[in-house]
Write a protein that binds this ligand. Structure first.
Ligand SMILES: [Mg+2]
Length: 404
């Protein structure tokens, strides 16, 4: 059978609403009430549609326009047959074909579209193309617990009640893992009071959600140059039994050695995870740290890097004890699906970073969430489909399209 040809590509901005307003973290001034999904739809002459999002390409960092985006999508995908995107052998992707491969190196998110199209044409899940299913359910953590104490100040609880309320809400809706932003002393409070507030928030949430809920923290480097205060924070939160400490300080072999020593001294078993800021993974400093075993989970973004790049990262990490724990914040509902597919195929994967975006443009399907885990359904490609009725009614007037 002849492989189908891509005859139409479109780009549409889709708003992605958080469950509540997202306050500051240690680095930035807050994400507000919504993000965006720059939805890319690619249709073939045989009626298949594949999806990805181009958030990385259109991010504030890049300065690219929708016109630039359509130009590269046209170059890489329009008029191409699906079989000319990826080399598939025994049902697994071996590597991208040379032409698109060059584009995927720079624009990893494009490779997800290729996996989606190939899976749909072959009638297999992208999980299979990635190497096969290693789990039927993928755990997810709520990643929306920011510095709400600074957004909703109240003198009685130092604002802590505001974060605790949101953690309680997440628990009541089924999340059994949550990540709490810390590092207030990096920019927004004096270092000492920031560390104290961090610890107070963590300990109050632990009390509110019970001992079984897994709690992670993420400082976005807010403890840079303050290993003394980091030691204080780890000590104060020992009773909360944290699952991991994320980006407490910038990557550095020496500093991470020190951090491990601090953990040993205090008896902290929390994993150390980092790497979301590594734009060209695996950077030398992270590889040095991985080889020496001073951290445990590596976090470049799932959509920015894309599926093929992530497989290469996993290969590179083989022989170390570092597992894949991709970042996913800012990727909307599409990102959640991409991370689920990846997580279902990756042995070391711990938990999906879940923004808990409200339903927007996609059909409801069998990838359902319950008791802290998403079920992985059997469906071709990513198994994610646009709800045509909703698309037409709410978003189609912002769609930009190119056709063969
Ligand atoms: Mg992070």
């Amino acid at each position: 059978m002849v492989s189908q040809k891509i005859t139409e590509i479109s780009v549409t901005p889709i708003p992605a609403y958080f469950p509540h307003e997202i306050g500051r973290n240690a680095r930035n001034t807050g994400h507000g009430i919504s993000g965006i999904e720059w939805l890319v739809r690619a249709k073939t002459d045989g009626g298949i549609e594949g999806l990805t999002i181009a958030n990385t390409f259109l991010s504030n960092l890049g300065g690219n326009s929708v016109d630039d985006l359509l130009t590269i999508l046209k170059e890489v995908f329009l008029g191409i047959r699906i079989c000319d995107l990826l080399e598939v052998s025994n049902g697994r992707v071996i590597k991208p074909k040379p032409g698109p491969g060059r584009a995927f190196r720079e624009n990893g998110w494009m490779s997800i579209l290729a996996y989606d199209l190939a899976g749909r044409e072959l009638g297999v899940s992208a999980v299979d193309l990635l190497g096969g299913k290693v789990r039927d359910e993928v755990p997810a953590y709520d990643t929306t617990l920011y510095f709400q104490d600074l957004r909703n100040p109240d003198t009685l609880s130092n604002g802590v009640a505001s974060v605790v309320d949101e953690a309680r809400e997440a628990y009541s809706l089924g999340w059994r893992q949550m990540k709490i932003k810390v590092g207030r002393g990096g920019r927004w409070m004096s270092p000492k009071s920031g560390a104290q507030r961090d610890a107070d928030v963590v300990n109050a949430i632990r009390e509110a959600v019970g001992p079984e809920t897994v709690l992670y923290v993420d400082a976005n480097f807010g403890y840079e140059n303050r290993l003394d205060l980091l030691e204080f924070f780890i000590k104060e939160t020992l009773p909360a039994n944290l699952g991991w400490l994320e980006e407490m300080i910038p990557p550095s072999l020496e500093q991470y050695r020190e951090l491990r020593k601090i953990q040993e001294r205090l008896g902290s078993n929390a994993l150390l995870v980092c790497g979301e800021v590594d734009r060209d993974p695996i950077g030398y400093v992270y590889m040095d740290m991985a080889e020496e075993g001073v951290f445990d989970g590596y976090q470049p973004d799932i959509v920015s890097q894309g599926f093929f790049r992530w497989k290469q990262i996993e290969d590179q990490l083989e022989g170390t004890n570092v597992v894949s724990q991709p970042h996913c914040f800012g990727n909307g509902n599409f990102g959640t699906r991409a991370a689920l597919i990846y997580g279902a195929s990756s042995k070391g994967f711990i938990s999906l970073e879940d923004e808990r975006i409200a339903p927007n443009v996609y059909e409801n399907d069998e990838f359902t969430f319950k008791n802290g885990v998403y079920k992985i359904a059997d469906a071709p490609g990513l198994g994610l489909n646009v709800d045509e009725e909703i698309f037409r009614r709410k978003y189609s007037h912002n769609e930009d399209k190119i056709v063969l």
